[in-house]
Design a protein around this ligand. Sequence first.
Ligand code: PBG
Ligand code: ZN
Length: 324
Amino acid sequence: MFPAARTRRLRSSPGLRSMVRETSLRAEDLMLPLFVDERCDAVRPIGCLTGVEAYPLDHLPRLSDELESEGVRTVMVFGVPRRKDAEGSGAWSEDGVAQSAVRALKSAGGLNVIADVCLCEYSDHGHCGVVRDGRVDNDSTLPLLGRTAASLADEGADIVAPSGMMDGSVAAIRQALDAGGHRMTPIMSYAVKYDSALYGPFREAACSAPAFGDRSGYQMDVGNRREALREASLDIGEGADIVMVKPALTSLDVISDCRRALDVPIAAYQVSGEYAMIMAAASMGAIDEERSMLETLTAIKRSGAGVIASYYTRRIVAELEVTQ
Ligand code: PBG
Ligand code: ZN
């Protein structure tokens, strides 16, 4: 007996395969993380993120033109400040590196600029909140996050993105934005952020590794799936407009859950360690880099992420331009 249904019929040519493909990447789906380093005066490669660079402020107008002409739509700004202090006051300073970067990018052109809101890059201890008696104190962090978000919106940030996993941060930021005249500035909350080993290269790039302890007191335990919906629902209740899940490839079940249960856009972050794993395996000749990048990003989108942050954004967008 031969099978009547033949799934292979629709796989017999590139034309048919692309006709029935359920999930495709679009340039609009992708967000490029951007490290802006106040300490350097030339573009600097980031050691363990092959192909990713950190930029000095004065390079941003040119970069903005390049990215726009390549087809990149959205960047996520992470600032690396010259000075750090116990509070992380560089995070909300009017002439802070992120504020200056947002200002430069918004006056240079039409990229969507998403500003990260966290203290870890700005504090000398590297934690995402205020440290009191050796612990990260949730509630005294909230006003500082509100201030940071409002200061970035003042410079024209299109979206602010709290990434520190403090309880109540979305509500505090919403309140500060509204009070600062930014009622229409959306919040993309890193609602579901696992305590992951895959953030290593980012911390090196942003010099934001915690000086003591780890982030397990505020980031989620990787064993928890149901808790992700609780986190995301709480943030939506506080006013989050988009919720983010990260890392991406280790959270496809969670992305899928969020997509089904929630009615806001779902974002996912293919984090630095995910990128580094692919790059390392490809450089050993173990896997094909191009195909692996497309496969992982397509799988992340297939699981339910409408928007994806990825260090591959520039390359994918270039590729899409060629194939369309
Ligand atoms: C923390 C933050 C992290 C990343 C971005 N912002 C994680 C962390 O240091 O715990 C990681 C992104 C990446 O690895 O690409 N606010
Ligand atoms: Zn942080």
